[in-house]
Design a binder for this molecule. Structure first.
Ligand SMILES: [Zn+2]
Length: 460
């Protein structure tokens, strides 16, 4: 009881003295992605890269600030997460990969989840520089090198040939403080695959990736697999007679026949089982479409080509050549795959699987541009049947949820990280409005997307 008067005094002081903050953004409408709602005429107070308060714009006078920004009636939303990107191409492409980082901010992407590659030490350096405000770029979560079988599809991967190798592989990832584990499906045996998942689970590391088609997805999920990248790996659990189809059509030759035998009832059972184990799926529909159309779309006038290093654009040739070799058969098959994958997203989402928006942008992935491509993926997800708020959730809410970081990201509220974008138009009404982003606030700095894009344009 004695302490009461003192407490009262402190409260009284804090009401009468304006709060001192680093940045005050006034006159914004705040997008609540989770509830699909807009709070009109608000202000956001930021200090040390954290949101200190969100309040009625009319209360702005209660805050003292080092800097003030008139939001001018724009819509404020958490920065976008691209949950599947790539930094890779070896030592010779480190600087070119680094040059892509501001592109993410120029399109409102404040966090990326890297799909693993061969330049981990460089990525580690960028993470520190970005955190210290020395480099303009998104927060990066990286798995370090991928884990693959005896004949890895990508350089720099860790080979797991037998079950025993899983332990060594996971120890080495732990040694470099990998943010999560990414598995690839070059030629991992199912047992080695399960062993990697088990070792990751034992270390409390999230694990996602491709899956050997001969492995069983439900078994993997029960062992601790947290998600899959791309939709191929759900096909074996959604087709009738999948085992026979796979025996007759080894490897990826099974993809089209599996799609032809897709059974909605079986699929819904599988999706419900996966949802029970808090499963994540990154459909990567936009790159699917881009690759399917490689032979029939002329990209030579893409305005975004100007932002890319010529050396990165050179890496595009690998997929362009392979598409050209496949000709019409390649195009038809890829288009068929695209349709089938698009049709799987809404039932997965409705079953409770966490869908993740990921673009797969980066070297080798032809014409899937860093930053810009996540907006295309969000449009694809709406085309697949998600509402605009649901599509936004796959980026802004499910991205942090995958890493158990909901307390730091996902909404504009006091205590959360101040990764904020300002948009001219409301994306809850039309998903394409994410493209109207004009300001990105990251690590205490605010970037005009127009200026960033101009700088990127003049550099290359
Ligand atoms: Zn990828």
């Amino acid at each position: 009881m004695k302490k009461l008067p003192l407490l009262f005094l402190v409260l009284a002081l804090s009401c009468s003295t304006p709060n001192q903050v680093d940045l005050l953004i006034t006159n914004v409408h705040i997008i609540d992605v989770e509830n699909g709602e807009v709070s009109k005429n608000q202000m956001i107070a930021i200090s040390d890269n954290r949101i200190i308060a969100v309040d009625e714009a009319s209360n702005s006078a209660n805050y003292m600030y080092k800097e003030i920004m008139d939001g001018d009636g724009t819509f404020a939303m958490p920065g976008l997460w691209d949950n599947h990107v790539h930094f890779r191409g070896g030592e010779n492409l480190i600087e070119q990969n680094k040059a892509m980082l501001p592109m993410f901010l120029a399109f409102g992407v404040t966090t990326v989840r890297d799909g693993g590659g061969d330049i981990t030490p460089a990525i580690r350096d960028w993470q520190t520089e970005i955190e210290n405000g020395e480099l303009a770029g998104p927060t990066i979560f990286t798995p370090g090198p991928k884990i693959d079988g005896s004949n890895p599809a990508w350089d720099g991967s860790i080979k797991v040939l037998a079950v025993e190798d899983a332990l060594t592989a996971l120890e080495s990832l732990e040694g470099i403080f990998a943010d999560f584990v990414k598995i690839y499906d070059g030629n991992l045996s199912p047992d080695a695959y399960y062993a990697v998942i088990t070792e990751a689970e034992a270390r409390g590391l999230k694990v996602t990736g491709h899956m050997p088609l001969s492995a069983d997805l439900i078994t993997a999920a029960n062992l601790g697999l947290d998600g899959i990248e791309h939709l191929y790996y759900a096909l074996t659990e959604t087709a009738l007679n999948a085992d026979e189809i796979q025996q007759e059509n080894p490897g990826y030759a099974a993809i089209t026949p599996l799609m032809d035998n897709y059974n909605a009832e079986l699929a819904n059972q599988t999706y419900a089982q996966l949802a029970e184990s808090q499963f994540y799926v990154t459909p990567t529909l936009h790159i699917g479409r881009t690759l399917a159309e490689l032979n029939i779309t002329d990209h030579s006038n893409d305005s975004l080509l100007a932002y890319m290093s010529p050396e990165i654009v050179d890496t595009y040739q690998r997929r362009i050549r392979s598409a050209a070799r496949g000709g019409e058969i390649y195009t038809n098959q890829r288009q068929r795959w695209g349709e089938a994958f698009r049709a799987m997203v809404k039932p997965m989402h409705d079953a409770g699987i966490h869908i993740l928006a990921g673009s797969d942008c980066g070297p080798f992935n032809s014409y899937v541009y860093p930053g810009a491509s996540i907006h295309e993926e969000l449009e694809e997800l709406v085309n697949a049947g998600l509402s605009p708020p649901e599509a936004l959730s796959t980026s802004i809410i499910n991205g942090p949820r995958f890493f158990d970081l909901e307390d730091k990201y996902g909404s504009l509220e006091a205590g959360k990280v101040a990764d904020i974008i300002l948009l001219k138009e409301n994306p809850l009404e039309n998903i394409s409005h994410t493209k109207s982003v004009i300001i990105t606030i990251k690590n205490g700095t605010y970037y005009s997307t127009k200026n960033l894009r101009q700088q990127l344009n003049s550099k290359n």
